[in-house]
Design a binder for this molecule. Sequence first.
Ligand code: NI
Length: 201
Amino acid sequence: MPMIQRPSEAAPGWHHPGAGCHNAKDPAGDPAEESGSEMVTKGRTAHMPLDTGALVRLRTQLDALAIVLGSGSEESLSRRSDSGAWSAADVLAHLGRCHEVFLQRLDRILRDDAPELQRYRAEDDPEWPAWRRLKTEDVLRRLRSLRQQLCAVLDGVKPEQLNRTGRHPDLGSLNVREWVELFLAHEGHHLYAIMKRVRVR
Ligand code: NI
């Protein structure tokens, strides 16, 4: 069984500083920082849309995949339990698909007035079967690219837009910050599931 490509090997720039997320070290508007860093381009966003902690976690949380996936082979990743529960590869694909879903939700929250957002259920999602069939290396590639897109969108959110809300079917009205926390917490929960599934027999 071939070993799957670790994220760190697959992409040295998993969270490239220029990829669209605010870097904790480049708070826009700090001239001292800007003059000292060639990564900060002139005219870069002149606001700090989300608090630094949320942005750093968004930018770095998936770095954990290198350890979470461990030395798991494709076989250990695709192993499903007798009960038919998702394999680690399925959960990883779910994380990728959730980026697309969250990008759509953010788009609606930023465009519409307090939209009602539907519950996401993989079983009802027409895109899910295709995601589930992807090879792990392709899931990782998409995940990387979607994460950059998401960071870029959140980079562009203006401070006054942070109070925009979308209604979650279970949690009620959530603003942009709360949606980001929900996204990260959901992802962390699934990283835990992946770590267990790759290792527990
Ligand atoms: Ni989930």
